[in-house]
Design a protein around this ligand. Structure first.
Ligand code: NAP
Length: 291
């Protein structure tokens, strides 16, 4: 039987609509408009496009957004000065430094500087550290992992005792997804580039989250029948016939996997829109906490 398609676009649109309503109520009560600041270094087309989408999303829900664009050759001090200024700016409730930063910059030092109170991307070591500790709550959960969990919960209510396999162990996706699944009592296996038998490990998964950045690496014979599959991967494939010259595809061979899985979130059209919805949610939450 063909899998149920988890429609991230639709779920994200619903969340954005809720945020817009909550924000309207907030503004009617005379509270401050939530503000998101982005810091973009360089002119990589993909990063520019992501930042544009984030500003547009802010506008749609009635948030203020502030864009800071720096030259590709910006110095560490220049970037850090902007982050410090934003930390002190009461109009700014969330700060997002668009990654990746150019090689010459010390990314960790810049991310560490973001005030934990404004870390709406949820990737400050303190927020991740709290996620890893039993009985502690991060102020913000990283946006893409939070979006993954909402998609999983759209088809499975209780994760307790389920086998979950996460492909990828990055700081921004794989590891926080694994921590969130553990926090919900799933039994979690995290795979990476040194994992010996990916196919066999994946075949044990009731829930499979793929975040490796390898085009359609996950095949139908890796999937336990009925499993929930969330594809985070976003890979560019040359497509001379298309307007942009490329198209996007996920880490999961969607067409074949959907015949085996119980539910599947495709890429594009799944986690991507959720990431932005979670960013808006975190920004609203930050404004509420800072009221
Ligand atoms: P990343 O930092 O490059 O991490 C990739 C992870 O996958 C690493 O842990 C790596 O292992 C592992 N890996 C790479 N090749 C592998 C292989 N052949 N077999 C098993 N594991 C392998 O990437 P990321 O930032 O987590 O992103 C992952 C994917 O998600 C990318 O396609 C990215 O574009 C996409 N993404 C989408 C969104 C969204 O909003 N939709 C947001 C973020 C990322 P090692 O640790 O051993 O190197």
């Amino acid at each position: 039987m063909t899998a149920r398609i988890i429609d991230g676009k639709m779920i994200a649109a619903r969340i954005r609509a809720q945020i817009r309503v909550e924000n309207e109520k907030r503004l009617q009560m005379g509270k401050q408009q939530p503000g998101l600041a982005t810091v973009l270094v360089g002119d990589a087309a993909a990063s520019q496009s992501y930042v544009r989408m984030k500003h547009r999303a802010c506008e749609e829900v009635g948030f203020q957004s502030y864009g800071h664009q720096l030259d590709e050759n910006a110095t560490q001090t220049e970037v850090e000065t902007i982050v410090r200024t934003l930390n002190d700016d009461p109009k700014v409730h969330g700060i997002l430094v668009q990654l990746p930063l150019p090689q010459h910059l010390d990314e960790n030092a810049i991310l560490d500087l973001i005030s934990v109170e404004k870390d709406v991307d949820g990737i400050h070591p303190l927020n991740i550290g709290r996620l890893a500790q039993k009985g502690r709550e991060p102020r913000f959960v990283a946006c893409t992992p939070a979006g993954v969990m909402v998609l999983i919960h759209s088809v499975v209510e209780n994760l307790s005792g389920l086998n979950a396999v996460v492909l990828g162990r990055s700081n921004i996706v794989g590891m926080p997804v694994a921590l969130l699944l553990i926090a919900e009592d799933a039994t979690v296996t995290v795979c990476h580039s040194r994992t010996k038998d990916l196919a066999a490990t994946c075949a044990s998964a009731d829930i499979l989250v793929a975040a490796v950045g390898r085009r359609e690496i996950v095949k139908a014979d890796w999937i336990k029948p009925g499993a929930v599959v969330i594809d985070v991967g976003t890979n560019r494939v040359d497509d001379p016939g298309s307007k942009r010259g490329y198209r996007l595809t996920g880490d999961v061979a969607f067409e074949e996997v959907k015949e085996i899985a119980g539910a599947i979130s495709p890429s594009p059209g799944g986690v991507g829109p959720m990431t932005i919805a979670m960013l808006l949610k975190n920004t609203l939450h930050s404004a509420q906490l800072l009221d």
